[in-house]
Design a protein around this ligand. Structure first.
Ligand code: AMP
Length: 214
């Protein structure tokens, strides 16, 4: 099964994708995670992407479609994939069709996480992760049980994404509205689009998605 999670930044795509990965043995392909790794490693892609990501703008379609194709080539054909943060433009949606077809895959579902934009700013600007294991936290909604210590691994190192500040988040939302939201009707007309309430509790969203996937 190949599915896309679509929604604005902070809608919960990454959280839901990692749950599906753990529960269904699918693989999460997050272009944001792959680009952040490239920036950290200082690869040619990372060098091109760094300033664009820090500004909250979109990296070029060629770069992201290239890394998606490479990531798919590392998976066996039977492995199910969750696309998280890709496609983000009409050109990427078109490329994805070609990339999947060339590998004998097809798109099964496109799931839109529908959310209230103002709530997203609070969600995003408050989030942080464990620097060691990646466990996610939030200033208001999910503090570590013991202040300053990761519940999952005991590490005391935490980090925040450089693009999770209010100004950049507003740019990321504008990019979403202008370039990503217009691909929703494309998938709707292909009868692939399903909408879930991304404002519901995390477990409720997961079960809505599970119902869609069957
Ligand atoms: P994300 O982790 O999905 O919020 O992505 C973080 C940043 O990486 C975005 O604000 C973009 O700058 C870049 N990015 C991630 N995925 C894409 C994509 N599919 N197309 C263009 N830029 C992307």
């Amino acid at each position: 099964m190949n599915i896309i999670l679509l929604g604005p930044p902070g809608a919960g795509k990454g959280t839901q994708a990692s749950r599906l990965q753990d529960e269904r043995g699918m693989v999460q392909l997050s272009t944001g995670d792959m680009l952040r790794a490239a920036v950290k490693d200082g690869t040619p892609v990372g060098l091109k992407a760094k300033a664009i990501m820090e500004a909250g703008e979109l990296v070029s379609d060629e770069i992201v479609s290239g890394i998606i194709g490479e990531a798919l080539d590392k998976l066996s054909p039977e492995t199910g994939v969750i696309f998280d943060g890709y496609p983000r433009t009409a050109a990427q949606a078109e490329s994805l069709d070609a990339i999947l077809a060339a590998r004998g895959r097809k798109l099964d579902h496109v799931i839109e996480l529908a959310v209230d934009e103002e709530a997203l700013v609070e969600r995003i600007t408050g989030r942080f992760t464990c620097g060691n294991c990646g466990e996610g936290y939030h200033d208001t909604f999910k503090q570590p049980k013991q202040a300053g210590v990761c519940d999952a691994c005991g590490s005391t190192e935490f980090k925040r994404r450089p693009d999770d500040n209010e100004e950049t988040v507003r740019t990321r939302m504008t990019e979403y509205r202008a370039k990503t939201a217009p691909i929703l009707p494309i998938y709707k007309s292909r009868h692939l689009l399903k909408k879930v309430d991304g404002m519901a509790a995390i477990d409720v969203v997961t079960s809505q998605i599970e119902t869609i996937l069957g």
